[in-house]
Design a protein around this ligand. Structure first.
Ligand SMILES: C[S@@+](CC[C@H](N)C(=O)[O-])C[C@H]1O[C@@H](n2cnc3c(N)ncnc32)[C@H](O)[C@@H]1O
Ligand SMILES: Nc1nc2[nH]cc(C(=O)O)c2c(=O)[nH]1
Ligand code: SF4
Ligand SMILES: [Mg+2]
Length: 239
C-alpha cells in the first residue's frame, strides 16, 4: 500500500498569490529536488506528522509517518469551510502517485517548483489550481540550467490554465534577480497562465528595491496581468 511522509497538516488561509485569504487545508510533503537559497521551509523527512486538529489552536497531534492516502484524506476532510487543499512541501510533485489517491471533498491546489514534467503529467487532471513557481536561481545551485528552464516550460505547458483549471505563476524576486532571466521565461509561459505574481522575498536582507519590482511589473503588464504580492501570512502570524 502506498504511504508518504508529511511534516504537517493544518488549516489556515492562503497567504500568497491571487487566492490570498481563501481557507485551505495545508498538506506539507517532505523532500525536495531543489535547494533554493531563500527557502523558508525545512524539507527534511520527519518521524511524525504534526496535525493541527483544531484550526488556530497551535496544538498539534503527532501522527507516526508514513501515512496512507486514506488517513491524509480523513485528516483533510475533518476541516470545515475549505476553499481547497494546498499541496505543498518540500516538493509535492515528488508524490504525484500519492496525490492521485487522495479523496477530498474540495478541490486540490498544487504549490510546485515546476521542474518535474513527468510528475506534472500524472496529476494534470487531478488538480484544479496550480500555483507554479519559476525558480530563477544562481546557476551554481542548478545541476543543468538549460534543462531546468526546459523542464519549467514543459510543466507550465502541461498544467496550463483551462476552463477546468487555473494556473498562475509566482516568481520570488530577490536583490540578485536578473531582469533578463525573468523576461525570457515569462515570454515562454505567458500563454499558459492567468496571471503573474512577483513575490518579493520575505527576508529583509535579500529584498529587492520597490522601484525594481514596479519596473518589472510595468514591463510585463502588456503581456500578462502582473501583480506584486508579498507573503501575507507572515504579517499576522498564522501558519
Ligand atoms: C516552501 S515552497 C513549497 C512548494 C514548492 N517547493 C515551491 O517552491 O513552489 C512554497 C512557496 O513559498 C515560497 N517561498 C519560499 N521561501 C520564501 C521566501 N523566503 N520569501 C518568499 N517566498 C518564499 C516559494 O517560492 C513557494 O512559492
Ligand atoms: N498561510 C500560508 N500560506 C501559504 N502559501 C504557500 C505556503 C507554502 O508554504 O507553500 C503557505 C504557508 O505555509 N502558509
Ligand atoms: S523548491 Fe520550494 S521547498 Fe524546495 S527548496 Fe525551493 S522553495 Fe524550498
Ligand atoms: Mg510557506
Amino acid at each position: 500500500m502506498m504511504r508518504t511522509t508529511l511534516s504537517e497538516v493544518f488549516c489556515s488561509v492562503q497567504g500568497e498569490g491571487p487566492y490570498v485569504g481563501c481557507r485551505q487545508a495545508f498538506v506539507r510533503f517532505t523532500g525536495c529536488n531543489l535547494k533554493c537559497n531563500y527557502c523558508d521551509t525545512p524539507v527534511e523527512a520527519t518521524k511524525v506528522c504534526k496535525f493541527e486538529a483544531v484550526p488556530g489552536s497551535n496544538k498539534f497531534h503527532e501522527i507516526e509517518n508514513p501515512l496512507s492516502p486514506e488517513k491524509v484524506s480523513e485528516m483533510i476532510n475533518s476541516y470545515s469551510g475549505l476553499h481547497s487543499v494546498s499541496l505543498t512541501g518540500g516538493e509535492p510533485l515528488m508524490n504525484a502517485d500519492f496525490i492521485n489517491l487522495l479523496k477530498t471533498k474540495v478541490p486540490l491546489y498544487l504549490e510546485s517548483n515546476m521542474t518535474l514534467p513527468r510528475m506534472a503529467k500524472k496529476v494534470k487532471d487531478k488538480v484544479s489550481y496550480v500555483s507554479g513557481d519559476v525558480k530563477l536561481l544562481p546557476h551554481s545551485l542548478l545541476e543543468d540550467p538549460e534543462l531546468h528552464l526546459e523542464s519549467t516550460i514543459e510543466c507550465f505547458r502541461t498544467l496550463k490554465v483551462t476552463k477546468d483549471r487555473d494556473c498562475f505563476c509566482k516568481i520570488v524576486v530577490t536583490k540578485d534577480t536578473s531582469e533578463d532571466d525573468i523576461e525570457g521565461v515569462v515570454g515562454a509561459i505567458s500563454g499558459y497562465i492567468s496571471c503573474l505574481i512577483l513575490q518579493p522575498v520575505t527576508q529583509k536582507a535579500m529584498q529587492p528595491e520597490p522601484g525594481f519590482l514596479l519596473k518589472l511589473q510595468e514591463s510585463f503588464l502588456n503581456e500578462i496581468d502582473t501583480r506584486i504580492i508579498p507573503q501575507t501570512h507572515k504579517m499576522w502570524g498564522c501558519l
